[in-house]
Design a protein around this ligand. Structure first.
Ligand code: G6Q
Length: 545
């Protein structure tokens, strides 16, 4: 038994779970007429209804004690203060500095980082305005029509997701693409429809050593130089976002065209930095400022709201409640907004790369579950696919439903149907349909007695699936910033609850090293790699022959 599972707060929650484990959301709602209002609150423009959760005030009280015991507030404050809480890499985790008011100094290693943050943001603005206005052009003097962000993981998922989310705010004359996979099927068909004279590439890589991104950048450069017949064209068509200035210089990128950031910005938390350059090119500097303002508003909410009405704290605690005390192994994110189609993928990295760990901060193996599998896709599409499992499968899957009150389009019918579906699903998941209700419906339809038993069993819905409904007024840049920051802080809260470091990613590092080693082994005539397992060696041989 670890210190955590032996702790008073943990044991109290486990005991409480046993008393309410079989209680149904129908009962919670019947017993508490004002339940919806009691368990709903708002922060940074995000309204959250937590009433469809398997909890009561005692649960919440015990969860808050858990948060206090695990020093959630202390970890939050240490993160915002720039302490080196990423201990395995000896770094601070200061993505919040990227959206902090520039007038508020923040010291890291004795240096105020805010002037540098403001400096890069200012250069990004200048660059984006020049590209968007046509002042800055390609090698042959033509205006840019397309931007391709070459990056992967944290250097792709965040900016790609936000660019999609802000589509109503994006320029009609500058198309922004995101290419990540080393599989040429990602880059090559994209290049085939682009005009080299009017295409700008952003090589987006914190380390500038990531093989996928560098390989894609090399291929793109060859394509450009071959088409324009002049190696100097690279200078006008390539910019870089990186912390590795030596790497960008070696690639041939003028330091003027490099937008830097800092080792205290983790990849999956980096969209607020120069990694967001593609977002700013697509939606413009003002929209980017609004995005930062939305995230800042959520930072302030996280810092100031009491635990009881703090959105990231509540979401983190409820996640742990189901993971650790109901053995839930997955969590669904279901945005009822087509523009958030890439949000689940971004959050998958954010949560699973951060808290998918099995040793605690002291390096001891944990004896409790940490991050569940996060998955999801936009509604209503998912309703016609995997929702069957949510309604009638055997697994407990807590989920987040996300919806905007107002659409960007002027079609009330579509939006009303979208919202109706979102609300109907949370209702059905919570309350289900009892067997007697199913039987009554069958009787009304005149179903024969010999069919009733079978059909009633199949048309019964257990319900009691917990959901959070998050509603924003409109999916504008501010709302997107607030939503993403909400999940970032949920990650911090859960890392404190589980006593793990959410800011390193040794699992990703391992993959990068192994692929390099095997890559050389795949070359024709390569010598056999020493110490390789039989299966991998046989697969290499099969590839080579
Ligand atoms: C993010 C991860 C990882 C990283 C990519 C790209 O937190 O560390 O997804 O972002 O591996 O790394 P580079 O930006 O260094 O190319």
């Amino acid at each position: 038994m670890s210190a955590l599972t032996d702790s008073p707060a943990w044991k109290a929650l486990a005991a409480h779970q046993r008393t309410i484990a079989t209680r149904h959301l129908r009962e919670w709602f019947a017993a508490e007429p004002g339940r919806a209002a009691h368990h709903s609150f708002e922060g940074a423009g995000v309204f959250a209804d937590f009433s469809k959760h398997r909890m009561d005030d005692t649960t919440l009280d015990l969860l808050h004690r858990f948060a206090l015991q695990q020093d959630v507030v202390g970890w939050r404050d240490r993160m915002f203060a720039g302490e080196k809480i990423n201990t395995t890499e000896g770094r601070a985790a200061l993505h919040t500095a990227l959206r902090r008011p520039p007038s508020m100094p923040l010291q890291v290693d004795g240096v105020d980082v805010m002037p540098a943050v403001a400096g890069v943001l200012g250069r990004m603005r200048g660059f984006c305005e020049a590209v968007r206005s046509g002042e800055r052009r390609g090698h042959t003097g033509r205006r840019f029509t397309d931007v391709v962000n070459l990056g992967i993981g944290g250097s792709d998922l965040g900016p790609a997701m936000v660019t999609d989310a802000l589509q109503p705010y994006t320029s009609a004359t500058l198309r922004v693409h995101h290419v990540s996979n080393v599989d040429a099927a990602d880059l090559v068909p994209r290049l085939a429809v682009l005009d080299p004279e009017t295409t700008l590439f952003i090589i987006c890589s914190k380390t500038f050593t990531t093989i996928e991104t560098i390989t894609n950048a090399d291929t793109a450069r060859q394509w450009l130089v071959a088409a324009l017949g002049d190696p100097r064209a690279t200078g006008a068509h390539f910019v870089a976002v990186s912390t590795n200035l030596e790497g960008t210089r070696q690639f041939g990128i003028d330091p003027e065209n490099v937008f830097g950031f800092w080792d205290w910005t983790g990849g999956r938390f980096s969209l607020w930095s120069a990694v967001g350059l593609s977002v700013m090119l697509a939606a413009g500097p003002e929209a980017f400022d609004e995005l930062l303002a939305g995230a800042r508003a959520m930072d302030e909410h996280f810092l100031q709201a009491p635990l009881e009405r703090n959105l990231p704290v509540r979401m983190g605690l409820l996640g742990a409640w189901y993971t650790n005390f109901f053995a839930a192994t997955s969590h669904a994110v279901l945005p009822y907004d087509q523009r958030l189609q890439r949000l689940p993928a971004h959050l998958q990295q954010l949560e699973m790369e951060s808290n998918g760990k099995s040793v605690d901060r002291q390096g001891r193996r944990v004896d409790y579950a940490t991050c569940p599998i996060l998955w999801g896709s936009p509604g209503t599409n998912g309703q016609h696919a995997f929702y069957q499992l949510l309604h009638q499968g055997t697994l407990l899957v807590p989920s987040d439903f996300i919806v905007a009150r107002q659409p960007h389009h002027a079609d009330p019918l579509h939006h009303r149907l979208l919202v109706a579906n979102c609300l109907a699903q949370t209702e059905a998941l919570a309350f289900g349909k009892t067997e007697s209700e199913a039987r009554a419906e069958l009787a009304q339809r005149g179903t024969s007695d010999d069919r009733t038993d079978l059909l009633a069993a199949n048309q019964t819905f257990a319900g009691n699936q917990p959901t959070t409904t998050l509603m924003v007024e409109r999916l504008d840049p501010r709302a997107v910033g607030a939503l993403v920051a909400l999940y970032e802080h949920k990650v911090l809260v859960q890392s404190a609850l589980w006593n793990i470091n959410p800011f390193d990613q040794w699992g990703v590092e391992l993959g990068k090293k192994l692929a390099l080693r095997i890559g050389t082994g795949l070359l024709p005539g390569a010598v056999t790699i020493e110490g390789m397992d039989g299966s991998t060696r046989a697969l290499i041989d099969r590839f080579r022959t």
